[in-house]
Design a protein around this ligand. Sequence first.
Ligand SMILES: Nc1ncnc2c1ncn2[C@@H]1O[C@H](COP(=O)(O)OP(=O)(O)OP(=O)(O)O)[C@@H](O)[C@H]1O
Length: 220
Amino acid sequence: MAAPLHARQLYRFYRSGEEETLALKGVSLAVESGEIVAVTGPSGSGKSTLLACLAGMDDPDGGSVHVAGSRISHQPEPVRARLRSRRIGMLFQNGNLLEHLTVAGNVVVAQRLAGRRAARDPGALLSALGIADRDRAYPSQLSGGELARAGLAVALANTPAVVLADEPTGELDSTTEHRILELLAETAHDGTAVVVASHSPAVSAFAHRTVRLDDGKVCE
Ligand SMILES: Nc1ncnc2c1ncn2[C@@H]1O[C@H](COP(=O)(O)OP(=O)(O)OP(=O)(O)O)[C@@H](O)[C@H]1O
């Protein structure tokens, strides 16, 4: 079976004014079901650009990205958005949560967008993440650790084939970071392909494999 996440020879070119940046220079990456891959590298090496291309939030100028057997790159935005809502869980440090909805409301919206209303009881998901008692709280009322867990609940609401996390533990204390990594490990154990971009050595230590970027290229 093909890997749930497959990126081939990604190039991404930015121009702002006179400045030209080649943020990705032929990056390839395949992540298997159940595998956790850490993406590390210095600031500006292309980690966020790579994750944005993998998620179909950004489109590479060259190369291709396939998610769960479907091409997400070089597709019209509605096609990318649909694949994203159905097949990808995205986790970002500051939020994949809608501020005007409660934690439970955020999970339900993510499930409806995925067309999977009955897929998993939101209460059970929040329980598994240890925040069942915060289901009626709004994001602004949550602690950093609770926010991270709520973000993970939203990322997992659509039972994704692929989870993409960009610095998900950046501002968390080490205990909470550890718990979030454990939860990602459980997600992988259930068959999801997980990619985590991070500066944190703890993330590399827990991943099955680390891909190091430098100046838009994978270091061999
Ligand atoms: N929208 C944009 N317009 C112009 N240049 C950009 C844009 N986004 C990223 N870049 C440039 O592309 C390069 C890669 O940036 P990127 O944010 O992917 O790196 P990163 O490894 O995630 O960095 P950090 O660890 O600091 O978040 C950098 O040189 C950055 O300045």
